[in-house]
Design a binder for this molecule. Structure first.
Ligand SMILES: Cc1cc2nc3c(=O)[nH]c(=O)nc-3n(C[C@H](O)[C@H](O)[C@H](O)COP(=O)(O)O)c2cc1C
Length: 330
């Protein structure tokens, strides 16, 4: 059974890899992931706020809006709260490269172009095989248009593209009006892939204390569905690589994401919950499914259920929407 795939130009033995998270923090975990068949290691993010210091990063927010929101700095973690400092992060890349033969994908995370972008170069020098660029940002201002929000992503992507030669993937949220258009623009500035999608922080309100709590709940398999639509929609409209991130808990979601058009599959919640070895079980289950349905390779599966053969994706989406509402029965 041939599980090999190409993601960001990297030839990988399988589409399965851990996503950006604390999973790759410990070398013993990395060895377990490698033993379980991981085809690459994605590191957790190094944040612009860490590189530039909260005061610079926050003042950029304040300067943009002429706010005097001094409290803003208190929203951010302090240096010691981060998993690794910027220098430690670079050393970690080299240490992982020395300890395993797997490609290492470093993650850089920021919302506005700034000096932090140059860190991509240091990641490249430290041995990273690719960079995942996370532009996690939610528009909160009435005055900021969707076009301006997208332009920020493109500007950051172009900045990192100029800084390094290694492949770059941009990790996006699904809150874009026309995701296909945005991804096409990213392709045009030389980005090699996209990771679909970030899980967006959703606040919880404590109704006893009136506190707004930063809660990070783990995903469920249902979360994969919004990814499937995007993958299927884009597979034949862009050439860059696509990774599915979010809601992959078993081989069933892997199969769906591959059929929709994914080149790589990232898993986090299931591995945090069940341990790194779970990745190996998912790979075994995938092979069982492939044998049952007579697929010899992942490349035969990829995009088999994309919208390639759909003459009018807009009508298809609208028709399915109407059908699902009309066919609902108590
Ligand atoms: C504890 C935790 C830490 C995470 N840290 C990062 C991070 O540093 N950078 C990033 O891009 N995504 C981060 N993520 C998001 C994951 O990479 C992934 O996109 C998300 O969890 C959805 O995948 P899943 O459903 O397999 O968990 C984190 C997720 C969790 C649960």
């Amino acid at each position: 059974m041939d599980l090999s795939t190409t993601y960001l130009g990297l030839k990988l033995k399988s589409p399965l890899m851990p996503g950006a998270s604390p999973l790759a923090n410990r070398l013993d975990n990395i060895r377990r992931l490698e033993d379980a068949g991981a085809s690459a290691i994605v590191l957790h993010s190094l944040f612009a706020e860490q590189i530039e210091g909260n005061s610079i990063a926050v003042s950029r927010h304040i300067d943009r809006w002429q706010d005097t929101f001094a409290e803003a700095t208190s929203f951010f973690p302090q240096g010691q709260d981060y998993l690794l400092g910027p220098d430690e992060y670079l050393s970690r890349i080299s240490a992982i490269k020395a300890a395993t033969s797997l490609p290492v994908i470093a993650s850089l995370n920021g919302t506005q172009i700034g000096t932090w972008v140059n860190y991509a170069q240091l990641m490249e020098q430290a041995g990273a095989d690719a960079i995942e660029l996370n532009t996690y940002f939610l528009a909160t201002r009435r005055s900021e248009s969707s076009a301006a929000v997208e332009q920020r992503v493109i500007d950051i992507a172009r900045g990192v593209r100029t800084a390094v030669k290694i492949p770059i993937a941009v990790k996006l949220s699904h809150f874009y009006t026309s995701i296909v258009h945005l991804v096409g623009e990213l392709e045009d500035v030389g980005i090699n892939g996209v990771v679909l999608f970030n899980r967006i922080f959703q606040p919880e309100i404590d109704i006893e204390t009136f506190d707004v709590l930063p809660r990070l709940g783990l995903s469920s398999p249902e979360d994969v569905r919004v990814r499937l639509r995007a993958l299927a929609l884009m597979r034949d409209q862009v050439k860059l690589s696509m990774a599915c991130s979010g809601g992959v808990h078993s081989a069933a979601e892997v199969v769906k994401a591959l059929l929709a058009g994914a080149d790589a599959i990232q898993v986090v919640a299931a591995l945090l919950r069940d341990g790194p070895d779970r990745l190996g079980t998912i790979a075994e289950e995938l092979k069982v499914w492939m044998a049952k349905f007579e697929y010899n390779s992942v490349s035969e599966m990829r995009g088999a259920l994309s919208l390639r053969n759909c003459p009018d994706p807009e009508a298809y989406e609208r028709g399915n929407y109407l059908r699902s509402l009309q066919l609902w029965r108590e």
